[in-house]
Write a protein that binds this ligand. Structure first.
Ligand code: UP5
Ligand code: MG
Length: 190
């Protein structure tokens, strides 16, 4: 059959803003393929990749893994998927990430979601997650918040200026927040 043009949605927001949780609901309701850059990096970290220890140290410090590594992992997943609708969660985290991805894929995302959540709420959610992530401790969280503000907010501003940004109020229950997300995807179904 005809291979449709990929539909790419970036899902951005600070640490613990609920990106992964809402992506699961989008997948369930709208049939996207979910690619969490953080999950791909954590998987690469525990495989016997040459990048394993570099990824671990970077994540532990709350810093950003070099674009080439992350873009390669995302592209590999996109190529091996038979879906053409992608939710790319937690990427791009910097303007450099964004440019690297757009150059390699030769396109821009169709839309960008931003889960806007107050810092105190994000800290509370991350600290109560308890899944053994090496970056879920108060020191790393402080760095993740700083890196988000200084490097990721400019990406969010960039897409806002392009008219591609959907800002979602990420306070409330998971279901309440999903009711803000739903209309964004319903609008692009027809
Ligand atoms: N929760 C969710 N929604 C809730 C709600 N409405 N009310 C109450 N609780 C709610 O949610 C976090 C926690 O809150 C969960 O326990 C959830 O049940 C609860 P989650 O959906 O996991 O939020 P999410 O935004 O996905 O948080 P996460 O911690 O995954 O965000 P990060 O952006 O910090 O983590 P990520 O995995 O994307 O990246 C980790 C690290 O990898 C980065 O710091 C960086 O070092 C590295 N990285 C790169 O270098 N490059 C990349 O491109 C990507 C990552
Ligand atoms: Mg996540």
């Amino acid at each position: 059959g005809i291979c449709p043009k990929p539909l790419i949605t970036f899902v951005l927001g600070g640490p613990g803003s609920g990106k992964g949780t809402q992506c699961a609901k989008i997948v369930e309701t709208f049939g996207f393929k979910h690619l969490s850059a953080g999950d791909l990096l954590r998987r690469e970290m525990v495989s016997d990749s040459e990048y394993g220890s570099m990824i671990m140290n970077t994540i532990r410090e709350g810093k950003i893994v070099p674009s080439g590594v992350t873009v390669k992992l995302i592209l590999r997943e996109m190529k091996s998927s038979d879906n053409h609708k992608f939710l790319i969660d937690g990427f791009p985290r910097s303007q450099e990430n964004r440019i690297a991805f757009e150059q390699i894929i030769g396109a821009e995302p169709d839309m960008v979601l931003f889960f806007d959540c107050p810092e105190e709420e994000m800290v509370k959610r991350v600290l109560s997650r308890n899944q053994g992530r090496i970056d879920d401790n108060i020191d790393t969280i402080k760095n993740r918040l700083k890196v988000f503000e200084s490097l990721n907010l400019p990406v969010i501003d960039y897409y806002a200026k392009k008219g591609k940004l959907y800002r979602i109020n990420a306070v409330g229950t998971v279901d309440e927040i999903f009711e803000h997300v739903r209309p964004v995807f319903e609008a692009c179904e027809h």
